[in-house]
Design a protein around this ligand. Structure first.
Ligand code: SIN
Length: 282
């Protein structure tokens, strides 16, 4: 197995490993490398849905996928599998997020215990566009001015449960743009990663975010400042997808976003999400 760091603030490619037949020793190295580099890419994988689920389970129990924007659950018999796709079959979308941009976010941070990791497997990708960008939230925190670190150290942030990263209203939610009243869950703004002990900014999504206890205008101003630090190009890396790519990221210390792509091209990716055990939660 060879590890090729991206040379950026996060991300590495692991070569010469077949995930579906990887050994326990391979897995131990993959896990260590993932904690060091935050996002891993494995190219040229040939996985069935069952292989993907089996490999994902090595990291822990899997979450059930959120229900699709149309209210449908995706793959019969595989409730853990979320399909990210713009493809229509018989006029109905086979997955979520369409072909538009998906804004910066951390997966499912509107839950009390968000998944610790997400894995995407590319089945079909467009010739251009649809790249997925990742940002290093340890670095975002570490680079804050000391006074700002001090100011946010005891603050909590509400992570909105209304919209997904494509801007679609989640199943069962009512559209609102009121950050104070929107439904959501509070997490500390600065989290300590349970496996590395490092501090990371934990921002979730910008839309409807609200810092508990502050006047709304003050919360908005502080969030704008934190988001500026968190989305700087020099703490980011992106993946230009090839079919057969598997990309695994740590939700506790990264954010990600996706570029739009030509809606007349096809993009199909399968996603799994690994639950945090109580000791692994942010
Ligand atoms: C996601 O946000 O989980 C999907 C990212 C992508 O479509 O590349």
């Amino acid at each position: 197995m060879r590890v090729i760091p991206s040379g950026r603030a996060l991300g590495a490619e692991i070569q010469d490993v077949e995930l579906k037949t990887s050994s326990d020793m391979d897995f131990a190295e993959i896990h260590r490398t993932w904690l060091d580099h935050l996002v891993l890419r494995f190219r040229g994988q040939k996985l069935t849905v069952e292989d993907l689920i089996r490999f994902s389970r090595r990291f822990g129990d899997l979450d059930w996928a959120p229900v699709q924007e149309t209210g449908r659950r995706f793959v019969e018999g595989h409730p853990e599998l979320y399909v990210v796709s713009n493809v229509l079959e018989n006029g109905a979308p086979i997955g979520s997020l369409g072909a538009g941009e998906a804004v910066w976010h951390t997966d499912m941070s509107y839950l009390e215990r968000p998944p610790k990791a997400s894995m995407l497997y590319a089945v079909e990708v467009p010739p251009t566009g649809g790249d997925t960008h990742f940002s290093n939230m340890y670095r975002a925190y570490e680079r804050l001015p000391d006074a700002l670190k001090q100011r946010i150290s005891a603050l909590t942030l509400k992570h909105d449960a209304t919209y997904n990263s494509g801007g679609y209203v989640r199943q069962g939610a009512a559209a609102t743009d009121d950050p104070v009243l929107s439904p959501g869950v509070y997490h500390p703004l600065v989290c300590i990663h349970p496996e590395t002990g490092r501090r990371a900014l934990y921002l979730g999504r910008r839309r409807n975010a609200y810092i508990g206890g502050l006047p709304l205008a003050e919360s908005e101003e502080l969030l704008d400042e934190l988001w500026w630090h968190a989305t700087r190009d020099d703490i980011a890396w992106y993946n230009q997808w090839q079919a057969g790519d598997v990309v695994l990221w740590d939700n506790r210390c990264t954010m990600h976003r996706r570029d739009a792509f030509d809606p007349s091209s096809r993009r199909i990716l399968y996603r799994t999400q690994i639950q945090s055990a109580a000791s692994e939660s942010v």
